[in-house]
Design a protein. Structure first.
Length: 95
């Protein structure tokens, strides 16, 4: 049951429209929080919150340069989803 909960939490990361938009933007190029906020039309704290969730899930990477952090896609989304599904399907079903 624990593995099922873990998979659900991982997929929940992809269940937010802002996070999906961030992933699509980062697919094109590396961006800082300010650039992402402007592109998405939301405030910087909102973008930072979503980036934190994506970072913890291993989907985005962070590079510091002076006082700025730049984010980029660091995982192949298709592979990430497939790996999560593989883990889920290996869970033994309990009666």
């Amino acid at each position: 049951m624990e593995r099922i909960k873990q998979c659900a939490q991982h997929f929940h990361v992809l269940a937010d429209p802002i996070r999906l938009q961030i992933l699509l933007l980062l697919k094109e190029r590396e961006m800082c929080v300010g650039d992402l906020a402007e592109a998405l039309g939301v405030n910087q704290p909102t973008v930072s919150y979503h980036l934190k969730r994506l970072y913890r899930a291993g989907l985005v990477g962070r590079r510091a340069e002076n006082t700025w952090n730049y984010y980029s896609l660091c995982a192949d989304l298709r592979s990430w989803v497939n790996e999560e599904m593989d883990h889920l399907l290996k869970v033994e079903r309990r009666a």
